[in-house]
Design a protein around this ligand. Structure first.
Ligand code: NAD
Length: 256
């Protein structure tokens, strides 16, 4: 699809956003692919190369060394990534008062580095690790250094327990989901960016907004199962779509 075709809905999306009372963004791995972080299920997705059970609590419990061998590569990729134009546009939309919250499935910290303030990270954040025995928390760089020095699995400096990333693994509860669903229930617009909308309970967030009579805007390179349910769909890259929406929002606000 050409840029012109895929951006046809950008002005309508901007009109919906500027007319909203409480708009939120819901983001998935697709917003960060342009920062060099592979998504899970896209053509270059992580799960096309690895078995998802490598990111499970069962695997961490049974083979912590193997878990860290897998996870350390993720850490390095995430640590080298910078926010792209899509993250920056969402942060600017928040500053303009248009987006009230970003609810993300990503653990890459890129919304916060881009300047978004109200961020709910459903699956945690890679920047810290904690001890599975005493709960002490440390920057992930400590675990990284220990791993690079040959300590696998990396252990807690205080009690010797095994360190683990402060993220939600497969098989673990998503503790932030209730707060996210409360925010969703208050919202009249949800802008979904780069999510396949296949991972639950996270994917309930946009559905709750829609079921409460709100509007759904979807930005994704590929069709999703919810396109027919959406008010506006943009099949463009996240950075292209959000930059165009931001420009329209600024134009609409200047005309008011
Ligand atoms: P997903 O891999 O299931 O879907 C990503 C979606 O983004 C796909 O539908 C794809 O078509 C779309 N996409 C890819 N590049 C895009 C781009 N440039 N512009 C617009 N759309 C694009 O990811 P999901 O829906 O977030 O699934 C949830 C799971 O993925 C969560 O468990 C989350 O923790 C995890 N995840 C996070 C990261 C990260 O932190 N960056 C990376 C990989 C996976």
């Amino acid at each position: 699809m050409s840029s012109e075709e895929c951006l046809a809905g950008a002005r309508e999306a901007a009109l919906i956003l500027t007319g909203s009372r409480h708009a939120i963004a819901f983001t998935g791995a697709g917003i960060s692919t342009e920062s060099g972080i592979p998504d899970f299920r896209g053509p270059q997705g992580l799960w096309r190369r690895f078995d998802p059970s490598l990111a499970s609590i069962d695997y961490l419990n049974t083979d912590p060394k193997g878990f860290w061998d897998f996870y350390i590569n993720r850490f390095n990729t995430l640590n080298n990534a910078k926010p792209n134009r899509a993250h920056l546009a969402l942060a600017e939309l928040e500053k303009l008062g248009v987006i009230k919250y970003v609810i993300t499935q990503n653990i890459d910290n890129l919304h916060k580095s881009a300047g978004s303030i109200n961020v709910i990270e459903l699956h945690g954040n890679y920047t810290t690790v904690y001890c599975m025995k005493c709960g002490a928390q440390y920057p992930f760089t400590l675990a990284l250094r220990k791993y690079e020095e040959g300590e696998n699995p990396p252990r807690c400096p205080r009690c010797g327990g095994i360190l683990r990333p402060n993220v939600v693994l497969f098989g673990e509860p998503v503790n932030e989901i209730n707060r996210a669903l409360e925010v969703a229930a208050l919202s009249d617009v949800v802008l979904v960016v780069g999510s396949s909308l296949t991972v639950y309970p996270a994917a309930y967030v946009p559905l709750v907004v829609k079921e409460h009579g709100g509007k759904l805007i979807i930005i994704n390179l590929e069709p999703t199962d919810y396109d027919d349910y959406a008010d506006v769909v943009l099949h463009c890259s996240a950075s292209e779509a959000l930059s165009a929406i931001l420009n329209h929002v600024k134009g609409i606000m200047a005309d008011k």
